[in-house]
Design a protein around this ligand. Structure first.
Ligand code: IVH
Length: 682
């Protein structure tokens, strides 16, 4: 390898090491050392080098954590050591019965425990060979799982290279780490909100979201999900030659932490069975505050040698047991199913329950997600149902008590019209949700207006959510255009308004109207699947709302980044008479931004008729090439700097012309800026 390549290889290795280290600081320790911008800089440099020198690419480079090609199906993968499940105990009595059982096998010896919260997620095994991530599989039936290597690779706190930079830490030649993939409760809410806004499927609970993110075939989707992996056990572990001694669960966890893996929060070493029970009660009292969903704690005999003596039954080891929180279930009557409407018009069925106390909280409502869920559970209005709040924050309707039916129960029919505005609702192919298609539906309207005035839309400062709700409730605003028709006398007398505020608000609205651009107006409309980027694309192509409204699906699909679904969504939006009336109103009130031919014309004139001087050496063209380009676009190149010169392009080691240009205060362009000027003209 020549010297230069050798240096590049070294640089790549250095960058990987640095990025790996900063990933660890950020995702495992939650204690970053550098800013996001500094991190991005390192990451970009690595990406560029790997693109330029593909011979140095590596499957364990941090750049490989961002996704990749979709799979057609998961392959199966047999575990080298079966992944057992756990036996449960549900009470103090059952816990001490368990202790008595293991004491019979190991009498006269102190038994210590390792305890950790039992995470409610998806069990995964990750395999590292010589410290490098090589594969990952789900638990499956315990013997054979699914090969989810590509997906697990994208999980942020899963290192692709184990940390071995301390001298005392030996990296095993072969390691099977077992643990749980989860989504934090808070991240789960955010994820569902995002899914709803994009018109995508929402998840019933964090566990479904975690499992669904791993057990789908596109790693790019997994990469975008806020997944975390927490290690709690091993399958096989092999060291080559001399190695550190791991003879207890507590040492194993310590070892995991040292090689850069995240372990279950609040896990700890406990001396005896009484303290385990105390620990269990303590964690139970903290369920709500715990960032992840948990359904109990797991107690493991700490010493491996004792574990071996205890052995396993066909299903589960005797050396570990799950202490489960009381299944916090209650039985109550499903009084009704109401349907709520969100901003994008999605209709969500909600169970109205006869109030019932479950685990100290009165539950009156539970989400039912969608029509399919209700059908799958065969829920009927009037049913007695089992409702659950198990370490989980969101109450769930588990199942109906069919044996309690008396024939008066009614099947739930999803409404064919919007419960708020009466417009028709549609359920698109492949979607689980129905949605109201009327953009001015009051329920949608409030949420829609909030979006319309946000930064993603016309950015009307001073028109806060509360005022929007008030104006809609008072009937002052019935659609987006009505914002611009508000009159001072209509609002000035409202509580907490007053002269000054009313004036400021109306001024801000008027200002926003003047400033409005077509892309922001389109993005503000909240058309399903149309975000700011797509709005820019269509604005640029169609130039005004009339043209866009007339566009065929084919025309829409001919644009960059617009697929069938997006095209269909835009097309149907403009087939709705209410939405067309809104456009007419926009025109009448003169909220009608048009996309100018600007980029073309304006930049043409940036070269056309202009005089250029070049000084210094350019990287990308010779002087004569540069001259030809300028002339091609109607400009002129001269050699002397004077007041008449419009642009001075400065390369490396410029001459006295540069100084003179500065003195004359002329416009100076770097080579990059000159290139941009050309690009916008070509
Ligand atoms: S230890 C021999 N520790 O519980 C099995 N399991 O019911 C050793 N789980 O499939 C498992 N949190 O998915 C262990 N801190 C924890 C756990 C945990 C969740 C799950 C795991 C396993 C299931 C068994």
């Amino acid at each position: 390898m020549d010297n230069n390549l050798e240096l590049i290889k070294k640089r790549i290795e250095k960058l990987r090491e640095q990025i790996e280290y900063h990933n660890y600081r950020y995702y495992v320790l939650d204690d970053p050392e550098i800013s996001d911008a500094e991190y991005d800089k390192l990451f970009r440099e690595l990406l560029e080098l790997e693109n330029k020198y593909p011979q140095f690419r590596s499957p364990t480079s941090p750049t490989q954590k961002i996704g990749g090609e979709s799979l057609k199906e998961f392959k199966q993968r047999t575990h080298s050591v079966p992944m057992y499940s756990l036996d449960n105990v549900f009470s103090e009595q059952e816990w001490y019965d368990y202790i008595a059982r293991i004491k019979r096998i190991i009498p006269d010896e102190e038994i210590n425990f390792w305890v950790d919260p039992k995470l409610d997620g998806l069990a995964i095994e990750i395999i590292y060979q010589n410290g490098e991530f090589v594969a990952a599989a789900t638990r499956g039936d315990g013997i054979v799982g699914e090969d989810v290597t590509q997906n697990v690779k994208t999980i942020k706190n899963v290192p692709l290279v184990l940390k071995g930079f301390s001298k005392d830490i030996k990296i095993p030649s072969y390691l099977e780490v077992r643990g749980e993939v989860v989504i934090a409760k808070e991240d789960f809410y955010k994820l569902n909100k995002k899914q709803l806004e994009q018109g995508l499927k929402t998840f019933a609970n964090p566990r479904n979201a975690a499992a669904g993110s791993i057990r789908q075939l596109d790693p790019n989707i997994t990469a975008q999900r806020p997944l975390k992996f927490f290690a709690y056990g091993i399958g096989l572990l092999r060291f080559e030659g001399e190695h550190i001694k791991i003879s207890r669960q507590s040492e194993l966890i310590e070892f995991f932490r040292n090689i850069g893996l995240s372990t279950v929060p609040l896990a700890k070493f406990i001396k005896n069975s009484d303290e385990v029970w105390e620990y269990f009660k303590f964690i139970e009292s903290k369920i709500e505050q715990f960032p992840y969903e948990i359904d109990g704690v797991v107690a493991k005999v700490d010493l491996f040698e004792q574990q071996q003596r205890l052995g396993a039954t066909a299903r589960s080891p005797r050396w570990a047991i799950a202490l489960k929180f009381k299944a916090e279930q209650g039985i109550t009557k499903l009084i009704d199913i109401k349907v709520q409407v969100g901003r994008t018009g999605i209709l969500t069925p909600v169970a109205e329950l006869e109030p019932v106390e479950i685990g100290g909280v009165v539950v009156k409502r539970a989400t039912l997600h969608n029509e399919d869920e209700i059908k799958a559970k065969d829920l009927r209005i009037g049913d007695y149902v089992v409702v659950q709040r198990a370490g989980n924050v969101i109450p769930e309707v588990v199942r109906p008590l069919k044996e309690k039916r008396d024939g008066s129960e009614k099947e739930f029919k999803f409404p064919s019209t919007c419960p708020v505005c009466g417009s028709s609702v549609v359920r698109l192919q492949g979607e689980v949700h129905y949605r109201c298609i009327n953009v001015s539906c009051p329920a949608r309207l409030k949420r829609g207006l909030i979006h319309f005035v946000s930064k993603a839309g016309l950015d009307i400062k001073g028109l806060g959510d509360r005022w929007i709700e008030t104006f809609v409730d008072m009937g002052l605003i019935k659609d987006f255009a009505d914002i611009f028709l508000l009159k001072k006398e209509q609002i000035v007398h409202l509580e907490r308004m007053g002269n000054k505020l009313a004036e400021n608000m109306l001024n801000a609205i008027e200002e926003a109207k003047k400033r409005a651009t077509l892309d922001k107006l389109i993005s503000g409309l909240g058309i399903r699947l149309v975000g700011e980027q797509t709005a820019k694309t269509v604005a640029k192509h169609f130039k005004n709302l009339d043209n866009l409204a007339k566009a065929t699906k084919e025309e829409l699909m001919s644009l960059k980044d617009i697929g069938e679904e997006v095209a269909h969504s835009i097309y149907s939006f403009f087939r709705n008479p209410d939405n067309l009336r809104l456009l007419k109103k926009f025109k009448e009130i003169n909220l009608w931004p048009e996309e100018k031919e600007e980029t073309q014309k304006e930049t043409k004139s940036q070269i056309k008729g202009k005089t250029f001087v070049f000084t210094g050496k350019l990287d990308s063209f010779s002087r004569s090439e540069a001259k030809k380009i300028v002339e091609k676009y109607g400009g002129r190149v001269v050699s002397a700097v004077s007041k008449k010169v419009d642009y001075v392009v400065v390369g490396h080691e410029p001459g006295s012309k540069f100084k003179k240009a500065q003195e004359l205060n002329l416009t100076i362009l770097s080579e990059d800026e000159f290139k941009k000027l050309i690009q916008t003209n070509s």
